[in-house]
Design a protein around this ligand. Structure first.
Ligand code: UN1
Length: 507
């Protein structure tokens, strides 16, 4: 790991504020411990209000420059950023795995997601299209333009410590905005590594400071951003609790938000499902990233006719899972992020049992050699009733609740009957069931998949969900529009002034 840290420019103590060239910070130290082995990887000095204000000043100044750079030229910078990420992929993927605890494959996958979004953003930089609209008046033209917003605040969670920032930053940067990123205080070193990579690109292109800034710290640093009228848009990814606080703060000043919050994602398993496909989707969805994706499969809604068969298949599949050091590629499941997460996992299991849940595959914390960090837990399956309170709650851990259904209508009703609305899936080869699930009476989630699990979305689609998930969309499709302001232009190129709606106003 020493080599990796060196390659990524990470020191023992790192100032946590940067505007794109130098790093500085005067605040208290945040230590970053690896959940893999419990050891301290390094520390980051958090940002004070004065540090934040320096970042803000740089971002505001840079905006005056960056908004005038033609969008395809901004895209060219992001293309170079993508190339740098290709170069640093092995090291950055390893750091993600070590600081966050996800498997090395998934750490590398996360960096691949960054590379993919760079490619997407490069193409997008030549496609920021507005409409032209026919005018009701003679010799008039109407059109829409999309302009950059200004300084965009990006708040991200520990579970995707690099990719989610890049979804926002790369798209928003080609749109012409400048940025202040506040990463999770649980994975601060990943943010230092990303900023170092960006800083190389900025230096090689002689860019002004401030296009990408980072600040580090806890929720107080987040509040500098959310309460700042200089920041017209906050894109926040994380818990519903955090999202509600962000929405209230930003809403109170009528700022804009993009919120991508919790999920309580279900798979409906029908009798016609291809079991091999279904089992891969279910097991990866439920235990991948140790159940710490917002897209993790938390509920499995099984047709009663195959319930017993699926139970034994699941028990067998779970008995094959190897839990251990995520840097060892033979392991499927790594640790939870910290002891707090372990406690939340244990409490959820306890509550599920107290509410009448029956344990199918028991959970528990692993002890002994290789498990010294105390963060390794067993993926667990509980037979549950869809109305249990705990089933409606998102616990960021590998707990899968399974339940029965009789009709497809009932299955969809169960799936929708939770406060969250991020991801969902149906396993079927029955076209009628599929279309019902995808139709207006079907899944109420932002993501609805067929014969694919709930997690592992591609960057080309708009990512986000409904209800308590917050309604925001990040990443692909036309999500870019949320990072820009729309301007409607009506141009009169004639010799008279006809008013709209036929109104006469002569004097
Ligand atoms: C998240 O957990 O916040 O679809 C993002 C997925 C990943 C992104 C998850 N591409 O599972």
């Amino acid at each position: 790991m020493k080599e990796v840290l060196k390659e990524l420019g990470i020191k023992e103590i790192n100032p946590g504020t940067s505007t794109g060239k130098i790093f500085f910070s005067e605040g208290e130290l945040i230590d970053s411990f690896s959940p893999v082995d419990g050891s301290k990887i390094g520390s980051v000095k958090s940002s004070t209000l004065a540090d934040y204000n320096k970042a803000l000043f740089a971002a505001k100044e840079a905006f005056l420059y960056w908004r005038n750079v033609p969008a395809p030229k901004r895209g060219e910078i992001i293309r170079q950023f993508g190339d740098k990420l290709r170069k640093y992929k092995p090291a950055l993927g390893k750091l993600v795995s070590y600081e966050m605890g996800k498997s090395l494959q998934e750490g590398l996958g996360e960096v691949q997601e960054m590379i993919d979004i760079c490619d997407f953003a490069v193409g997008l930089s030549r496609q920021l299209y507005g409409l032209t609209i026919t005018s009701e008046r003679p010799q008039h033209r109407m059109m829409e333009q999309w302009h950059p917003l200004g300084v965009v605040g990006i708040i991200t969670a520990f579970n995707f410590p690099v990719a989610v920032w890049s979804w926002n930053f790369c798209i928003s940067a080609v749109c012409g905005n400048t940025h202040i990123w506040k990463p999770s205080e649980k994975t601060p070193l990943c943010s230092i590594a990303c900023q170092n990579i960006w800083n190389e690109v900025a230096a090689e292109n002689n860019l002004p400071e401030g296009i990408s800034c980072i600040v580090n710290g806890d929720y107080r640093v987040g509040e500098y951003l959310t309460s700042d009228t200089n920041v017209p848009l906050i894109s926040a990814t994380g818990s519903v609790r955090m999202g509600k606080m962000v929405a209230q703060k930003v809403g109170a000043r009528l700022g804009r938000t993009i919120l991508e919050l919790g999920g309580n994602n279900a798979i409906i398993l029908t009798p016609s499902a291809d079991m091999k496909i279904a089992m891969t989707g279910i097991v990866f969805g439920a235990v991948g990233t140790a159940g710490q994706r917002c897209t993790t499969t938390r509920r499995l809604i099984i047709h009663e006719s195959i319930y017993d068969e699926v139970k034994s298949k699941l028990s067998h599949a779970y008995s094959q899972l190897r839990i251990g050091n995520p840097l060892d590629e033979r392991n499927h499941v790594g640790p939870l992020i910290d002891k707090q997460a372990v406690n939340a996992y244990l409490n959820a299991i306890e509550r599920a049992i107290a509410e009448g849940g029956k344990v199918l595959v028991p959970g528990g914390v692993l002890e002994g050699k290789g498990y010294e960090s105390g963060c390794y837990v067993k993926p667990c399956i509980i037979e549950a009733n869809p109305n249990m309170e705990i089933v409606k709650h998102e616990t960021f851990a590998p707990i899968l609740y399974i339940m029965k259904y009789k009709t497809i209508e009932e299955a969809v009703e169960i799936q929708n009957n939770v406060p969250q609305g991020l991801s969902s899936a149906i396993m079927t080869v029955n076209m009628r069931e599929m279309e019902y699930f995808l139709g207006p009476n079907g899944s109420d989630c932002g993501i609805a998949n067929v014969n694919i699990g709930t997690s592992g979305a591609e960057i080309g689609g708009a990512f986000g969900g409904e209800k308590e998930t917050g309604g925001g969309r990040e990443s692909g499709s036309d999500s870019w529009k949320a990072y820009m302001r729309r301007q409607t232009n009506t141009i009169n190129y004639g010799n008279s002034v006809p008013l709209a709606q036929g109104i006469k106003f002569d004097f």
